[in-house]
Design a protein around this ligand. Structure first.
Ligand SMILES: Nc1ncnc2c1ncn2[C@@H]1O[C@H](COP(=O)(O)OP(=O)(O)OP(=O)(O)O)[C@@H](O)[C@H]1O
Length: 412
């Protein structure tokens, strides 16, 4: 089967021995399951399937049960994960997507799976391109999805990027496999549904998933080239100090806009731990401020001008409520170790805490960096603040290091 070969080729030359597969029950991921199952029968990776029930639509539980029955019939172990985190605020599809990736990563790690396959298709790719066009996206937004991407130590694969939805549905019909039609797929209030309908119109111009696939791939080549040069630039002008990212200001201002934007994106992501950098206008505003020498707060970071340096530090407000037990990770990147005692908590040093550190000025760190740095507290009492010179037997270890910063340019 040609589709089967397309899928297996995506994993060559060294396919994993065990593979997770995320199946929503829709036609794309159901087809993915069937194709991977065929591969398993022919000696491919052992499959483990998973469905996320977002608990947002009444039909979701039945859809997950449908996938469970299908997997049962195929002899593929299957699990249903539940999301209960919707706060009612923000963008629902975005929040659901982020939660889904987090649940899928945790599930994979807990099953010792390093690889998970997703059912994005060439048709998805074309729809996404149109939606991004409507948002006046740049090269990155219009580029092809990556065939694989690492998130939290798990590699997510997209082996169906060359296949159209229609070809997958034809394969399912031929095999008598049923899929679930999500009723929101017909709901015109969703941008994706409108993009899908627009694509049908564009076919009369000879524009179909193949053309979109080629164009997005051309743009992806441009994107990768830009990141290559952005990495070069970062190696020349960036360094790390006490968890802050420091860019040589003059060197940064000399960079071409597309390179400067990428260096800034990766720098803000590294300091904040966010999966994505700030979007269009926010980033443009920041670049203007940096060109004028104005300090700025964005994306949970403070961007400060200090002598020759552009210093990106964590924003105190963004970490003010974060608490962790000693020895565990604080703000996704610090681990503090020292003499354990009951009742100790890791929290930001803050202005009040910084005043209690007599040696803070000797550290040479600006006040903003010290306020957002991790400290050891016993209730209201400050026990240690290793980055502010108050050690008391404690040390701070930065988990997201320089290698992680530079690697992100390659795996962005
Ligand atoms: N509820 C779900 N349970 C399990 N897997 C899912 C679920 N929803 C989506 N997926 C997986 O993600 C793939 C892509 O689906 P969809 O395009 O809806 O996701 P997305 O996360 O919005 O995409 P993107 O990664 O482009 O943001 C599906 O083919 C499937 O493999």
């Amino acid at each position: 089967m040609a589709l089967c070969q397309q899928v297996t080729a995506r994993f060559s030359p060294s396919p994993p021995a065990r593979l997770g597969v995320a199946v929503s029950g829709g036609s794309d991921s159901t087809a993915l399951l069937i194709l991977l199952h065929k591969w398993q029968q022919d000696g491919g990776p052992a499959l483990h399937a998973v469905t996320v029930d977002h608990g947002l639509r009444p039909e979701a539980a039945e859809e997950a049960a449908h996938v469970a029955r299908l997997c049962d019939g195929l002899g593929v172990p299957h699990e249903i994960l539940h999301w209960q985190g919707w706060t009612g605020r923000g963008n629902l599809p975005d929040a659901a997507r982020q939660a889904r990736y987090a649940l899928l990563s945790q599930w994979a790690v807990s099953h010792d799976l390093q690889d998970v396959a997703l059912g994005h298709t060439a048709t998805d790719q074309a729809e996404t391109f149109l939606m991004r066009l409507a948002r006046e996206a740049g090269v990155d937004g219009l580029s092809a999805m990556r065939p694989k991407r690492a998130i939290d130590g798990v590699t997510f694969w997209r082996p169906l990027l060359d296949a159209t939805r229609e070809s997958l549905r034809a394969m399912l019909r031929a095999r008598g496999v049923e899929w679930v039609d999500d009723p929101t797929n017909e709901d015109q209030t969703y941008e994706r549904v409108r993009a899908r309908q627009a694509l049908t119109q564009l076919e009369s111009l000879g524009l179909d998933a193949t053309q979109f696939g080629q164009v997005t791939q051309n743009l992806a080549d441009v994107r990768d080239t830009l990141y290559h040069y952005a990495l070069d630039a970062a190696r020349n002008i960036a360094r790390i100090e006490a968890g802050d990212l420091i860019l040589d200001h003059a060197g940064f201002l000399n960079l071409p806009a597309e390179i400067a934007r990428r260096v800034m994106q990766e720098s803000l992501k590294w300091v904040s731990g966010a999966a994505y950098g700030p979007r269009g206008r926010a980033m443009e505003g920041l670049l203007v401020a940096v060109a004028q020498g104005d300090d700025k707060t964005l994306h949970g970071c403070r961007i400060l001008h200090k002598g020759q340096d552009l210093r990106i530090t964590r924003e105190y407000q963004a970490v003010a409520d974060q608490r962790a037990a000693p020895g565990s990770v604080w703000d996704g990147r610090w681990r503090l170790s020292g003499p354990q005692d009951s009742g100790l908590v890791i929290a930001a040093l803050g202005k009040k805490g910084a005043r209690q550190c007599p040696d803070r000025q000797k550290t040479g760190l600006p006040a903003a960096s010290l306020w957002a740095s991790p400290a050891v507290w016993n209730g209201e009492k400050l026990v240690a603040a290793p980055l502010a010179g108050l050690e008391n037997g404690w040390s701070a270890h930065l988990l997201r290091d320089e290698t992680a910063y530079f690697d992100a340019f390659v795996s962005h």
